[in-house]
Write a protein that binds this ligand. Structure first.
Ligand code: 4AD
Length: 474
């Protein structure tokens, strides 16, 4: 009752407070400052209230004592309330630790938006023990946590570093459409929608559009959402992911792999050279080491041999791709042979044993998309493609790329073989008609790249609002 009477007013005789974000406070030591944020932690120590407040740019230790600690608002303050704080920024005493090395000694503060306590308290709705499905429903609250927000900050730095790396190669950014009427990576994973009475899809990859930019803008890249109706509930599949794609003209397959390696290593170097992103990597993945160059190369055929030498088998499948079980219900495991798809489990085992980035290259044409350039082969022999996947330890494939068919007749034959109606692809075919060139490109999944750098268990942690089968909320 007494405390309700204590009313705190801002003292107009004190020096004018400088409004600042937490990240910029270091230069304002010993000044009177005004900070806005959310209450991240509360600790009451014999009538002195210590808060940690965050504003998205950083964390700040706040000290409330005397009247500021005795108001009704102080005594009923809960986690996640939004607050305005005014006070003097003081270096923390020798031997004490606080974010930024300083603390705000408050002379005036108020609650802007209160937050409930008791049953509806933030920590009751969400905590480390919450079920994964509850965490998914409460993603909007999970984002307020230290780890989730650090991952997203690193994601921001990563996108910017990637753009810098592209810029250093004079590769230009473009923004292709998400609503399309052609497929790139096979009909099985298309999201179809009604587009003013016509069928249309959410894009699987911007590759075909990037190819059309080469004669106009030269080498190009994009950062665009891609969509896959994948029925895969794995650690590395999303229904919507951010796709970094690049397309390069007048190159060889070797040039392509070198470019992928260089862009990845430059991006990592830029992240490590920047104190903010380097600190985030250290926080999330203390053991991270930039990969050694050149990356190991392993042809598809060599990989099949490697898997067999290391006893890594795969379930034998029937014509529909379902695992064959023996009389006792056990899945039958068989050796890999040329022509088999190297499935996620085998690929993961292989990358984890090798322990460094690996370029797998030269996949059989039947396993790959229609547009890939084929390596000439003898009649009757397996046809391989100039294609590559970059595999990273703990994550597996993070990049898929290839050289593209440059010849028009060959492309027309490829549509036919895949049962694709060439009509909607007229604009893609035209690239071969008007001044074709040898070209190639790749796509990198941002969430997978981030899962690798930040050592996250799943790509779901690396997306702001991840989508997977059955999940499009929040
Ligand atoms: O290997 P993908 O399917 O290749 C393409 O889409 C090419 N058209 C790209 C190109 O050449 N421009 O996909 C490329 C990368 C994968 O290596 C992976 O990192 C990511 O995109 N990716 C996914 N990430 C999360 N969830 C999914 N469902 C993904 N599918 C692909």
């Amino acid at each position: 009752e007494e405390s309700k009477k204590v009313k705190l007013l801002e003292d107009s005789k004190l020096p004018k407070a400088i409004k600042s974000k937490i990240v910029n406070l270091t230069e304002l030591r010993s000044e009177r400052v005004r900070v806005f944020g959310w209450v991240h932690r509360i600790r009451d120590q014999k009538g002195i209230i210590f808060l940690v407040v965050r504003d998205g740019t950083g964390y700040l230790q706040v000290v409330l004592s005397g009247i500021p600690a005795s108001t009704y608002e102080a005594l009923t303050l809960n986690l996640e309330a939004s607050v305005e704080l005014v006070g003097t920024l003081q270096t923390v005493p020798e031997g004490k630790q606080a974010p930024g090395g300083h603390e705000l000694v408050v002379d005036f503060w108020r609650v802007l938006g209160s937050s409930p306590g008791a049953e509806d308290a933030f920590s009751n709705r969400l905590n480390e023990k919450s079920d994964p499905s509850i965490q998914a429903d409460l993603r909007h609250l999970v984002l307020r946590g230290e780890t989730a927000s650090a991952v997203l900050r690193l994601r921001s730095s990563l996108l910017s570093a990637f753009r810098d790396a592209m810029n250093a190669h004079s590769i230009l950014e473009v923004t292709p459409p998400c609503l399309v009427q052609t497929q790139v990576e096979g009909g099985a994973t298309l999201f179809t929608l009604d587009y003013y009475g016509q069928p249309a899809f959410l894009t699987q990859s911007s590759q075909l559009y990037l190819e059309t930019c080469l004669p106009s803008l030269g080498d190009v890249f994009c950062v665009q959402e891609s969509f896959r109706a994948e029925n895969s509930h794995t650690r590395r599949h999303l229904s919507e992911f951010t796709h970094l794609e690049a397309e390069l003209a007048f190159i060889t397959f070797e040039d392509l792999m070198e470019n992928i390696e260089d862009i990845i290593c430059k991006t990592v170097d830029i992240l490590l050279a920047n104190p903010t992103s380097a600190a985030l990597i250290k926080q999330l993945n203390p053991k991270f080491q930039p990969p050694a160059r050149p990356f190991r190369r392993l042809s598809y055929v060599e990989a099949i041999v490697w898997l067999n030498e290391h006893g890594i088998k795969h379930p034998e499948e029937d014509a529909e791709g379902n695992p064959i079980k023996d009389a006792t219900g056990q899945v039958k495991l068989v050796e890999h042979k040329v022509g088999d798809d190297i499935a996620e489990a085998a690929e993961r085992q292989m990358t984890d044993i090798i322990g460094t980035p690996v370029f797998l290259h030269g996949f059989p044409a039947e396993l790959k998309a229609f547009y890939m350039k084929k390596i000439p082969s003898a009649a009757g022999a397996t046809t391989f493609t100039e294609s590559c996947d970059l595999l990273m330890p703990n994550v597996g494939e993070i990049v898929g790329g290839s050289m593209r068919i440059a010849d028009m007749e060959e492309l027309l034959a490829a549509y036919k073989r895949e049962g694709i109606d060439p009509e909607p692809y007229y604009w893609f075919t035209d690239q071969r008609k008007y001044g074709t060139c040898e070209h190639g490109g790749y796509g990198l999944g941002v969430e997978r790249f981030l899962a690798w750098i930040a050592d996250r268990y799943t790509v779901r942690e690396c997306s702001l609002y991840p989508r997977w089968p059955g999940r499009a909320t929040p």
